[in-house]
Design a protein. Sequence first.
Length: 357
Amino acid sequence: MIRIGMLTSGGDCQALNAAMRGVAKTLYNSNEEVEIYGFLNGYQGLIHGRFRLLTYDDFSGILTKGGTFLGSSRTPFKMIEVIEEDGIDKVAAMKQTYYKLQLDCLVILGGNGTHKTANLLSEQGLNVVTLPKTIDNDLWGTDMTFGFQSAVDIATDCIDMIHTTAASHGRIFIVEIMGHKVGWLPLNAGMAGGADIILIPEIPYDIDKVAEKIKERHDRGASFTILAVAEGAISKKDAKLSKKELAKKQAESPYPSVSYEIAAKLTKKTGYDVRVTVPGHTQRGGAPCPYDRVFASRLGSEAGKLILKKEFGFMVGYKNREIVKVPLKDVAGKLKMVDPDASIIKEAKMLGISFGD
Ligand code: F6P
């Protein structure tokens, strides 16, 4: 008998259900007797012992469904070892649930924060296997995370739609794309949607360079310009501020987000009408794209294989077109950022895309 617990933690994304189905089907189709417990709303379910004993039917018909049928929540890693007002020792509580249910392994689906806690639980002696989810594609140790491609498709659709209206009105359009710390999503959606300017956190921008690019385009006869701007795009000036100074500036900003600040500055500098579109959480919503369905199913299946082989303490990742197992301690606490010198950035620049640098 193999008894596993499963949970999805952090911001949701597409193909979480597909990945869990991949694990479950692989285990159910093995010669082992299998019991799968689903913890509700991420680590909260493990902490408070909220779970459901799942059956084969729970994993049927979910391949194409977005979201996560187990629910998710954010449980910040920095608070995981802190005893808060409720007096609960969260790490001890998670271990207690694990041992009480006599689990052989925990399957944890999540992004960066989730992996820090997963690694901690593994260090504390629990058997853990993880799967890399996030639309941000910023997880260390894997070239791709599931959810990313679906989000690229949605953000690209948004830019495509803006293109037609931008052309009719001769305006400047900013599409704000998710990515607070890393710019994989705005970079890829921006390139796919034919954005003229892409601003990402890894390449601080100079607003004068951005305005110059717009003027240059319009002097050449272009009637509109489209910018793909990451939520975390940062000016060269702000990049010099300390973390504390930046947080203060952002808290006091009269703008709802960075795109509105950029829009106001560009209107002033260019004299053109600037409009902002924020697709927001639609980028994490809806059905996973076919690529993510296949990708998440493959990763899930390989996670099932690791469990059957009793190989624990790994994230199932994807490197150089191969599925690989990556030690959790190598993944936890590291971000995979866009390298400003990467060839994709050079190619984008050769295509005439400005990064405002
Ligand atoms: O981590 C995924 C992500 O969608 C980021 O791209 C975004 O910055 C953040 O989550 C939004 O978080 P929340 O859903 O908590 O508002």
